[in-house]
Design a protein around this ligand. Structure first.
Ligand code: AMP
Ligand code: MG
Length: 481
């Protein structure tokens, strides 16, 4: 079966996009095709293997595609830009699966658009493969995320940091590309009708249970808060650091979107930040819940006219909700941590139990600590003790005092539940870098091996479980340009 497209965004949301075609790639070549995903979507992998190089690079359009660049605004590191938009991406359309699901199919790195400003509209191979790997890792970990269908080489040379690199395009699927910044774009223009249309569109696509409510703005905002709070709690539980939680990179669907300088924390340090441009640590691991609230406040500002026609009342309603975000997040976080710790049932002491665990963990590998705790729940404490012994900055004293308090909360099913949510394998920075370096040199084998391991993150896989060697050094990531 081939693509079945519907292009509801272009139909329903005038003034929020520009129709523009991707650059025709001169010599397209498929580097990686996500066959398991294609299968899940009801796509014929054979057809994609034949046509994918053209369709996923912009060289040829799949039947029914109607390419466009979407407009959005955004607060980037706190500063507002009223017009950002897809400067190097093209929405080809909404792909409908045979079982009735709808996904945006977007090309990233596919050429200039009216939103490109000074940029070249292009992307290079390493960063596109990086988004592929990490988004697919997140999906396998059960985190809502955009998906990666393919990466193609365009046959062009792209200059980055003065170096000649191979141009590449990522084909990705998203529940939609509605961002907080999409609302900010309309709000900044004072387009009240557009805002209402976008809210109704977002409700129909992501929160259909809210359709027809008398005050859809409030219910919609609450629903987005719930999903984004849950999402960030999941990130935090996995030690995931998004890296650029700008309002244009937060999806209304509650999916993780726009994988740039993101990475997983190894040794536990709440201030961990990997992005080269995040010098202040605005988007550090421990700050993500605060930024969640900050971004939601920006969303609430745009939705005020939909909360109440009386401005003062609308602000009051918004403030009351925003005051509740921290408690709502805390509940999600304790839910995630309760799962990671295999707790039998929620309990008022959970907050102290989790906080005291964090106080005992600095310097210890986040992922392995929970993985080994699952073993400890079965009675084998040796791997956990070994992990602490091998972590120079760690001290087992606080952990030894904490363990009996935790043990008192376990039941016969705890170990199995813990093993199902605490991954053995994450996308470790040194493995990702090695895979991308080999891919840049033309060898896809390390990438394929890592991707295969990441598809089964809960399976013990000694080859991919080890933390980065000490000489890997402080890790720094760069924006996906
Ligand atoms: P990002 O940091 O990827 O979320 O992008 C922020 C903004 O910069 C978005 O509006 C992008 O479309 C735009 N952008 C990023 N890279 C490029 C590029 N190479 N050419 C044009 N626009 C870009
Ligand atoms: Mg972005």
């Amino acid at each position: 079966m081939t693509f079945r497209f519907d292009n509801s965004w272009l139909r329903d949301l005038p003034g929020t996009f520009v129709r523009v075609a991707p650059d025709p790639a001169p010599a397209p070549e498929l580097v990686v095709l996500n066959r398991p995903l294609a299968l899940d979507l009801g796509l014929d992998a054979g057809l994609l293997a034949r046509e994918g190089a053209g369709w996923f690079s912009g060289a040829a359009l799949p039947p029914g595609a109607d390419p466009a660049a979407l407009a959005y605004a955004g607060h980037q590191f706190g500063g507002f830009s009223p017009v950002l938009g897809d400067g190097r991406a093209h929405l080809l359309g909404e792909f409908l699966t045979p079982d009735g699901r709808r996904f945006d199919l977007q090309l990233k790195g596919s050429g200039r658009t009216p939103f490109s400003r000074g940029g070249d509209g292009k992307a290079v191979l390493g960063p596109m493969l990086r988004e592929f790997l990490i988004s697919e890792a997140m999906a396998a970990l059960g985190v809502p995320t955009t998906r990666s269908l393919a990466v193609t080489l365009t046959g062009e040379t792209v200059i980055r940091d003065g170096r000649r690199r191979r141009g590449a395009v990522l084909a990705r699927l998203a529940a939609s590309h509605i961002r907080i910044g999409s609302f900010q774009f309309l709000s900044a223009r004072g387009d009240g009708d557009g805002l209402l249309a976008l809210a109704e569109y977002a409700i129909a696509r992501h929160y259909p249970e809210l359709a027809g409510r008398e005050v859809p703005g409030l219910a919609f905002f609450d629903a987005v808060v719930a999903r984004q709070a849950r999402l960030v709690a999941q990130w935090m539980g996995l030690g995931f650091i998004h890296g650029v939680m700008n309002t244009d990179n937060m999806a209304i669907s509650g999916e993780t979107i726009d994988y740039g300088p993101c990475a997983f924390m190894e040794g536990f340090a709440p201030g961990t930040v990997f992005s080269s441009i995040d010098r202040q640590g605005r988007y550090a691991w421990a700050n993500q819940p605060l930024i969640l609230g900050w971004n939601l406040a920006r969303l609430a500002e745009t939705l005020l006219p939909l909360f109440d026609p009386d401005g003062a009342k609308a602000v009051d309603l918004a403030n009351r909700r925003l005051e509740g975000v921290a408690a709502l997040y805390r509940a999600e976080w304790l839910g995630v941590m309760g799962g990671k710790l295999g707790l039998a049932a929620p309990n008022p002491q959970d907050g102290a139990l989790v906080d005291d665990l964090l106080a005992a963990l600095p310097g210890v590998d986040w992922t392995l600590a929970f993985h080994h705790l699952a073993r400890a729940a079965e009675g084998d404490e040796a791997p956990l003790r070994g992990l602490f012994a091998g972590s120079p900055a760690a001290d087992f004293t606080a952990m030894a005092a904490w363990l009996p308090r935790w043990r008192a909360r376990l039941d016969a099913g705890s170990a199995a539940r813990m093993a199902a949510v605490n991954p053995a394998v994450i996308a470790r920075n040194h493995r990702v870098e090695a895979a991308l370096e080999a891919a840049e040199a033309g060898d896809m084998a390390p990438f394929e091996a890592l991707w295969a391991a990441l598809r089964q993150p809960f399976v013990e896989n000694p080859e991919f479980m080890a933390p980065a060697p000490a000489d890997f050094g402080p890790y720094m990531t760069f924006c996906g340009t």
